[in-house]
Every structure is written in C-alpha cells, then in structure tokens.
Design a binder for this molecule. Structure first.
Ligand code: NAP
Length: 404
C-alpha cells in the first residue's frame, strides 16, 4: 500500500512508496505517459534497488475526463492533487467554448501554483539553430497567476469595455477609441515577492550565482516597473546577507561576485531577448511576470532545440505539478511517434523535488546518452544526420537500457 507525500511547515516528507497522481493527457499524452512511466519506474528501481517504488494513481482531466465523467476538469482531480501534494500531467486539449481559457491555466489558478519553473539546458546532440547552445543553462521563473493572464479582458463594444472607457475618460480625461478591446494587467506586490522568493531560494539551493529580473518597467511603470522594484526590495529584506545587486557591485568597483553571494540584476525585456542570444553564459536564473515568462520560455527552448525536450513544473507553497511543456500534437495521437523527452525530463524534475536525486540523475544521464547515440524520435531524427529514428516506446526502452 502506498502512502501520501506530505508537506508540513514547508517541509516535504516523502515515504519510500509514495502515491503520485498522474493525468495521462490527451492526443499524444497516453503514448508519452507510457514511455515516461517505464523510464521513471526503472530509474527508481535501479537507483534504490527495490527499496523505493512509486504507486501511480490515475486521475482525470481533459477529453478522458469529459468522456468518462462529463466534466473537463472534475473537482475530484483538483482535490486529489491537493491532498497528494506532488503530481504529474501530460498535455491537455483546450476545449473550445468552455468558460476557462485553458485547462492548464485553470489548474494553475485553482491550486495557486504561482511559480512556473522551466529549466532550459541543451542536451548534447540535439540540433539547435544557434552556434553555441551549450552556453544556455538558465531557469525561467514565470509568475503564473497575474498579469494579462488574470482573464480581465473585454471585447470591443461590450458593455464592460464601454463602461471602462467612460470610467477612464472621467477619471483621466484620456479618450480611448470606441472600438477598442480592453484588458487589465494587475501585478501585485504579494504575487511578485513570492515568485522572487522562490527564484532566490532556488538559486541558493542550486548554487546559482545570478538572478535576473526581466521586465518592461520603462514603459509599464506601475506594473512591470513595480515588479522590478518589489523584487529588489525582497532580495534586500529577506536575502540581504546572501545577495549583492549589480548596482552595488558597480558603485563598489567590484568586477567579481563576492564569495558566497548571488548577484541580482535586472534587464528590460527587449534587451534581454538579444542578451540571451549574444551573452547566454552570463544569465542563470530569470524571474519575470507572466507574459514575459511565456515568451522567454519558448524562445529559450528554441535556442536549445525546441519544446520537444523542455521540462516544466508549476509550483505553489504546498503543491507541485510537473508537466510536458508542449501541447497534445493531435495529429500524432496513438501513433507511438511523439517525443516523450519533455515529460521524461519533467519527471526527473519531480524526482529531484522529492529528494530522489539519484533516480533523477539516472534519467537525465541515460536520456543524454541515448540522444548522443543518435537514437531519437522523428522530430530530432529529421534534423540530425545519420540518426536512427525510434518510436516513442523504443526511445524509452533505449533510455532504460542505457541506465548503468
Ligand atoms: P502542440 O500540440 O505543441 O503541437 C505543435 C507541434 O509541435 C506539433 O505538430 C509537432 O511539430 C510539435 N510537437 C509537439 N509535441 C511534440 C512531441 N511530443 N514530440 C515531437 N514534436 C512535438 O501545439 P498545438 O497544435 O498548438 O496545440 C494542440 C493542443 O494542445 C491544443 O488543444 C492546445 O490548446 C493544447 N496545448 C496544451 C498544452 C499543455 O497541456 N501544457 C500546451 C500547449 C498547447 P511537427 O508537426 O512539426 O512535428
């Protein structure tokens, strides 16, 4: 019988036989989930010689939930994730014409998974459009609950848009066009500081030396500008003994980051897009509001060869949900063809979160070895010379056989 993982006073307690809920996902989800489960189970078995074992518990969301239970996102699914603290999910179809914009956004908001964490690192051998993909080793911390993703947006000509137009005109004298759609971009101190706290805690735990706040505060002064200001404030008030700001380093004439310190700096988003390309090795942990985070995660993934191998997690104060970052790729559903790399690497993140670092490391090293051997799925095979194209299930089997 498996036991639940518990989170008490900020500490995760993981039994040797934890029950972990999983959502298989739609489209290619079942194929990539099967491959991931095989790899995780074997890595755990190998790393702990049978002393540890995950008991998987299927929960439903997306098409499978709708077909079985008549609901896209049953409350029971959210409750089960909430009571088990750690979960993993495949990609989900966004149903058209439903109240929520996306099931993924709903899961993040309903469980208050405020930090979207996306490590971006090149796996040797993966074709990349840049000359030095090996210089990219960054982790994006994207705020998940606010910004334009708060869902406060109204159609041109709607009564809400017209009422807002009137309000803005009355209060500011600014006349918005009659035919303008209107959105609201809330960014709060509380949500900003909790994502910055997560980023700094991560940097400390993983011995990262630079945390960069990415914002567009020169234009959006009271939203993105405040985001920057509140991040610096938190860095100084809660991490004052371990951080040094770039401005302080410049004023003190320091060229090197002082021993034991993390450098905190900020970059305006447009400049940062070129910096991550031209000065990749200077950046490590990036913290940013929701929309910037959306853009940067995909742009950085492209630098290291695309979304097929990009892992991700959505984490709150108590609950963590690990997920494939790509969509359901419906045209490849049930063909045993899609690349399971994103979900497999997300499962390695999950094991690391649980403290099972030996199993996590085993997954990463054997996946890297498999790609180096040029044994890959169609998406990578079509870009590599002399690659051997494998099915989803075969790719997983080779990863397992590479676990030494
Ligand atoms: P997508 O499913 O990510 O697929 C776009 C393309 O990306 C595919 O045609 C394929 O490219 C490539 N791709 C995606 N997953 C792959 C994999 N595992 N292995 C290899 N290549 C892969 O994006 P979409 O077609 O825009 O969205 C389809 C559905 O997924 C929508 O309902 C959308 O809402 C949903 N979605 C869900 C999530 C999530 O659950 N986190 C995220 C994004 C989208 P090629 O055709 O070039 O081979």
């Amino acid at each position: 019988m498996g036991e639940k993982i518990r989170m008490e006073n900020g500490l995760l307690t993981v039994p040797d036989n934890p029950v972990i809920p999983f959502i298989e996902g739609d489209g290619t989800g079942p194929d990539i989930w099967r491959a991931t489960k095989l790899v995780v189970d074997r890595a755990v078995e190998k790393a702990y010689r049978g002393r540890r074992k995950i008991e998987w518990k299927e929960i439903y969301a997306g098409e499978k939930a709708f077909n079985r239970l008549g609901q896209w996102l049953p409350q029971e699914t959210l409750d089960t994730i909430g009571s088990h603290v750690v979960a993993i999910k495949g990609p989900l179809t966004t149903p058209v014409g439903m109240g929520f914009r996306s099931l993924n956004v709903s899961i993040r908001q309903m469980l208050d998974l405020y930090a979207c964490i996306r490590p971006v690192r090149w796996v040797e051998g993966v074709p990349s459009p840049v000359v030095h993909p090996e210089r990219v080793d960054m982790v994006v911390f994207r705020e998940n609950t606010e910004d334009i993703y708060a869902g406060l947006e109204w159609e041109p000509g709607s009564k809400e848009a017209l009422a807002l137009r009137e309000f803005v005109c009355e209060k500011t004298g600014h006349l918005l066009p009659m035919d303008a759609g209107i959105g609201i971009k809330p960014i709060s101190k509380k949500a900003t500081q909790r994502i910055m706290r997560k980023a700094l805690e991560y940097a400390l735990k993983h011995s990262r030396k630079v945390v960069t706040i990415v914002h567009k505060g020169n234009i959006m002064k009271y939203t993105e500008g405040s985001f920057m200001k509140w991040c610096y404030e938190l860095a100084k008030s809660e991490f004052g003994d371990v951080v040094v700001t770039e401005a302080d380093m410049i004023s003190q004439g320091l060229n090197e980051i002082p021993e034991g310190r993390i450098k905190v700096n900020d970059r305006i988003a447009d400049n940062m897009f070129q910096q991550v390309l031209t000065r990749s090795s200077e950046y490590e942990v990036l913290v940013m509001p929701n929309l910037n985070g959306d853009y940067f995660s995909d742009a950085l993934s492209a630098q290291v060869g695309g979304l097929g191998m990009a892992p991700g997690a959505n984490i709150g104060d108590r609950i963590a949900v690990f997920e494939a970052t790509h969509g359901t790729a419906p045209k490849y559903a049930d063909l045993d063809k899609a690349n399971p790399g994103s979900l497999i690497l997300s499962s390695a993140m999950m094991l690391e979160h649980m403290g099972w670092i030996e199993a996590s490391g085993l997954i990463i090293s054997s996946l890297e070895k498999t790609v180096k051997q040029k044994k890959v799925t169609y998406d990578l095979a079509r870009q590599m010379e002399e690659a051997q194209e494998l099915k989803t299930s075969q790719f997983a089997e080779v990863i397992v056989s590479n676990m030494k």
